[in-house]
Write a protein of this length. Structure first.
Length: 105
């Protein structure tokens, strides 16, 4: 559970760190959004270091959780409901993440 919570926090930090510059560049919002975006991306990088597994394995497995969190963001923040194809893609990505992270050691 700790690993999953850490992955979710990491994904949120990355998405926020990228979404805020998007708002500035695409929607003409304030350039001041770049400050919290920078903090969020630094937090993202730091959170990735908290995992106990080898970095390459963490990055590979993190991708599955990122896909799931990004689609939740799509629904909650952007107001676009994911399709059944999106849900299937998330299931496949999370299955891959589980295989990578929870393999016998």
């Amino acid at each position: 559970m700790k690993t999953l919570t850490l992955f979710i926090a990491t994904a949120l930090a990355e998405i926020i760190g990228c979404y805020l510059p998007y708002l500035w560049l695409k929607q003409g919002r304030s350039a001041w959004l770049l400050l919290p975006a920078t903090v969020s991306l630094v937090l993202f990088a730091w959170l990735l270091t908290l995992h106990e597994t080898a970095a390459g394995r963490v990055y590979a497995a993190y991708g599955g959780v990122y896909v799931a969190v990004a689609l939740i963001w799509l629904w909650v923040v952007d107001g676009v409901r994911p399709t059944p194809w999106d849900a299937t893609g998330v299931a496949v990505a999370l299955l891959g993440m589980g295989i990578i992270m929870f393999q016998p050691r």
